[in-house]
Write a protein that binds this ligand. Structure first.
Ligand code: SF4
Ligand code: SF4
Length: 437
């Protein structure tokens, strides 16, 4: 069977970055599901047991839908201060009443709210913030700061036992910090399928990367799995604009030219312009259809290679699906509220909203009964907020994800489930809810 490792060898490796500090569990689950069905090779998540579990749920859902080739699950760790591992914080009580709230508008993750209707929350929703920093310079009273997120080395073995791969975020000059982190990773290294090292550009970058490789894979005890060099061009910026991809392409060329032992994969500013740019520069193997088959790059078994092995997409990939996930939220929130109200016999806060959402669910007239009618555990498992419960949205999400994945996969994209979902609005095999009328 075709494996993620083959994608890496053939220059078609697609990684979804959920975000090293992104912890919004429903979004992580549903993004993982959609991109798994679309043919992703790897899903990179925060080093948090709840996040890993959410991603695993997404993978299991993909499996149930017939996906026969699941992506690898990766966690990201850092050896020091890093913008990927932080959250914005501020005190909403200090905000002037007349502030136009540019922080709320700029946030690509809808992580800043004021008097949220559900619970009145104001400020940063920590689980949604992934540390991009865009809100920081916009605050007229400079009150937005960041807090680093960190895990203790003692947590690492248990986290690595749950995943296939690890990514280490480092920076030039942090060899001793890197070594300390690697000591916590090393006991689990023999069962990992991949070790990725993510590093931005800097003076002495290539020598630094070589010293890391010599440390983790000495001739006396070589690493059993492949290494990926992730060139972090312009961190967390792929959704900003077309030009964001230039820095990572340039950095990718630099690392590729160094001939390091390992695959080179881009990240940081990647978007829909990345693959065309790589093709234009001759840095990706170009596939062609020959008869019923498509040509593939000669498997890369030795280094250096002439080609970039793959691309990781973060903010761009998430933003691509966010309108669909927002529709899912809008559709499922009233249903979940109705279920909860029925379970507790609580009065409904907005029965017209329930009526409009529940009216098509073959339910009696009274809103509380409406809630009850879909409340029995048999009727609400899996959760109403799961993407696969809404076949139309699942099909849209997979189709959108495929617009990005197929750029890399080209004619070799053979995911039967993805093709079916892209062309058919609903799969008979999915226990779905009908679309509200
Ligand atoms: S703009 Fe970025 S740093 Fe600020 S709250 Fe949103 S995700 Fe967090
Ligand atoms: S920009 Fe600053 S002052 Fe204005 S709403 Fe946001 S945090 Fe408050």
């Amino acid at each position: 069977m075709y494996t993620p490792l083959q994608s890496l060898r053939e220059g078609r490796w697609f990684k979804l970055i959920c975000g090293a500090s992104f912890q919004h569990l429903p979004a992580i689950r549903n993004l993982t599901l959609a991109y798994a069905l679309a043919g992703a090779d790897c899903v990179d998540v925060a080093a948090d047991p709840a996040v890993i579990h959410a991603a695993q749920e997404g993978l299991q859902a993909a499996l149930r839908l017939g996906c026969d080739r699941l992506p690898w699950l990766m966690v990201s760790l850092n050896d020091g201060e890093d913008p990927h591992f932080r959250k914005a914080v501020f005190d909403p009580a200090r905000c002037p009443a007349d502030c136009p709230r540019p922080c709320e508008t700029i946030c690509p993750a809808q992580a800043i709210t004021f008097d949220r209707s559900a619970d009145g929350h104001s400020g940063v929703i920590a689980s949604r913030c992934y540390g991009c920093g865009r809100c920081l310079p916009l605050c007229p009273i400079q009150q937005i700061t960041t807090q680093a997120t960190a895990i203790t080395p003692g947590m690492i073995p248990a986290l690595l036992a749950e995943v296939d791969a690890v990514e280490i975020h480092t920076q030039v000059g942090r060899l001793s910090e890197f070594r300390r982190l690697w000591q916590a990773i090393a006991p689990a290294a023999s069962r990992l399928r991949l070790v990725a090292i993510s590093c931005p550009d800097g003076d002495g970058l290539i020598d630094y990367l070589r010293s890391l490789y010599d440390y983790i894979s000495p001739p006396s005890a070589p690493l059993a799995c492949p290494v990926v060099w992730q060139t972090d061009g312009r961190p967390m910026s792929g959704d900003i604009g077309d030009g964001a991809t230039r820095a990572t392409v340039k950095l990718g060329q630099k690392v590729l030219a160094a001939g390091l032992p390992g695959y080179v994969q881009l990240a940081g500013g990647t978007n829909r312009h990345t693959v065309p740019k790589l093709h234009a520069l001759g840095l990706l193997y170009r596939q062609e259809t020959v008869g019923d088959h498509c040509t593939t790059a000669p498997p890369q078994s030795s280094f250096p290679s002439k080609f970039i092995a793959g691309v990781a997409y973060g903010s761009y990939a998430r933003v691509l699906l966010s309108p669909i996930l927002e529709r899912l939220d809008a559709r499922s929130a009233p249903l979940l509220e109705a279920v909860s109200a029925a379970q507790t016999n609580a009065p409904l806060s907005n029965s017209s909203s329930y009526q409009s959402h529940l009216g098509s669910y073959d339910s009696p007239d009274d809103p509380v009964s409406l809630g009850r009618s879909i409340t029995p555990q048999t009727a609400i498992e899996p959760s109403l907020a799961h993407l696969e419960r809404h076949a139309d949205l699942l099909a849209q999400a997979v189709a959108q994800a495929r617009t990005l994945v197929t750029q890399l996969k080209g004619c070799a994209d053979e995911s039967a489930v993805a093709v079916a979902l892209s062309h058919k609005p609903a799969l008979d095999t999915i226990p779905i809810l009908p679309k509200p009328g």
